[in-house]
Design a protein around this ligand. Structure first.
Ligand code: ACO
Length: 401
């Protein structure tokens, strides 16, 4: 249906749907999601199979270009990304100028936007080459920005990556390499990171992805659109939930571990407290990503020999919520972020970095959605409104107000 024609034929009807709860913004061939049945597929492949069998870079390629890569396609892709893994030294100086206590998401969004100044790539969308170059440029530099953001937080020296390492191994090197220490890839952490990044890689028209598409629809560049997406992801109702979950679990532990007290607070309509990591706009049965992550959290903590009381509190909350009428009636289940923070913590990643890890995972989804939007030549995103303000008024001079 052509909405503009429909509007003309119905005398100017505009639909108002706050939060776009039932309004599609585009047609997309990237991610399929059935919230009732708990199904999530990237380009037709189930999230369960991808998390089990693929590595992150294969999924990046799949999301962006639509097919799983052959060995030679993957090799070329990886090499092109590696060729873009350095940044101008002034980017490092910008990072150093941020206060140490700056939130990593603000830093990441600013640095991503700053890349537009150092890499003024103008993408001619008729040119597949231009688009490809912009994509491998950001995929190459983003892990460095993530690693540096974390090192800055921890007060560590800013290092460059290692070209002999794969994408996820190099990310680990950027984040975890200690001065004067031989770096070794811990396979347990590598596997868990691959899984976490794959599970976060796309989720159709969520808040940050819609932001990337709508900013990009004005033909703003890829990096500027991504920077806006990072800001959208930051909020605690979206990607920021993984940080909020850990802080909530810590607060419950510090308060004596009384999960029932916090369940009661979450149900009290006069209390703004919400059970972070519970509920989802589209999953009304279970979040398939949460199931995989819950299992991964058990495995990683077991393999690393860590026993974390926070995990017990999380399990307790989940059990109580599943049996509680308030949560059952509203179909509130743990979402992807309920368990991811527990794994990140076990890896030694600071809490404030959790949403940055989410951003790194979501990067291919944002890129794929931006590319699809540009290739389909979608019109500029420009929602309508129903005006509810004053009628026309005469201006009053300042001494008459
Ligand atoms: N704790 C307690 N009650 C909740 C929660 C929660 N976490 N989530 C929703 N509810 C209640 C609401 O109060 C509302 O109750 P009511 O019908 O009695 O008024 C009902 O469930 C429906 O909630 P809405 O806020 O209308 O649902 P919406 O789809 O707008 O919000 C959201 C979804 C934002 C995820 C919400 O569930 C929430 O705030 N969850 C906590 C934050 C979180 O975990 N966010 C991460 C989402 S996943 C992601 O972005 C990767």
């Amino acid at each position: 249906i052509d909405i503009s024609k429909l509007r003309a034929s119905t005398g100017g009807v505009i639909t108002v749907d706050p939060g776009y709860k039932n309004t599609g913004s585009c047609e997309s061939a990237i991610t399929f999601l059935d919230g009732e049945k708990g199904i999530l597929r990237y380009r037709g492949y189930s999230i369960e199979e991808l998390a089990e069998k693929a590595d992150f870079l294969e999924v990046v390629y799949l999301l962006i270009f639509g097919e799983l890569p052959t060995a030679s396609e993957l090799d070329k892709f990886e090499n092109d990304i590696k060729a873009n893994s350095l940044v101008d030294d002034d980017v490092r100086k910008i990072l150093e100028a941020f206060p140490k206590n700056a939130h990593p998401m603000g830093v990441l969004s600013s640095l991503t936007s700053a890349l537009t100044a150092f890499n003024p790539i103008s993408v001619n969308i008729e040119s597949q080459e231009d688009m490809y170059n912009a994509i491998v440029t950001i995929l190459g530099k983003f892990p460095l920005l993530v690693g540096w953001t974390m090192r800055k937080k921890k007060g560590l020296h800013l290092n460059y990556g290692k070209k002999s390492l794969g994408y996820v191994e190099n990310l680990m090197y950027l984040m975890f390499k200690q001065p004067n220490e031989e770096f070794e890839v811990n396979p347990i952490i590598k596997d868990a990171l691959d899984k976490l990044l794959i599970l976060h890689a796309d989720h159709e028209q969520n808040c940050s992805t819609s932001t990337v598409r709508i900013v990009g629809s004005s033909h703003a560049g890829l990096f500027a659109s991504l920077s806006a997406g990072i800001s959208a992801l930051w909020g605690p109702l979206h990607g920021g939930a993984n940080q909020a979950v850990l802080e909530m679990l810590e607060a419950i532990k510090a308060d004596g571990g009384d999960t029932k007290k916090y369940m009661a607070k979450a149900k009290d309509k006069n209390d703004p407290f919400r059970l972070m990591g519970f509920g989802h706009r589209v999953y009304k049965n279970f979040d398939p990503r949460a199931r995989i992550i819950k299992k991964a959290a058990d495995e990683v903590l077991g393999d690393l020999g860590i026993s974390d009381p926070i995990l017990d509190i999380a399990r307790g909350l989940e059990k109580e919520a599943l049996e509680d009428q308030y949560f059952v009636d509203r179909k509130l289940y743990p979402n992807v972020d309920f368990y991811s923070g527990i794994i990140y913590r076990a890896m030694g990643i600071p809490v404030e970095m959790f949403t940055v890890m989410f951003a790194l995972g979501r990067l291919p989804g944002w890129i794929a959605q931006w590319r699809e939007m540009r290739l389909r030549k979608e019109p500029i995103g420009r929602p309508r409104q129903v005006y509810i303000g004053e009628n026309e008024r005469a201006f009053k001079a300042i001494n008459e107000r």
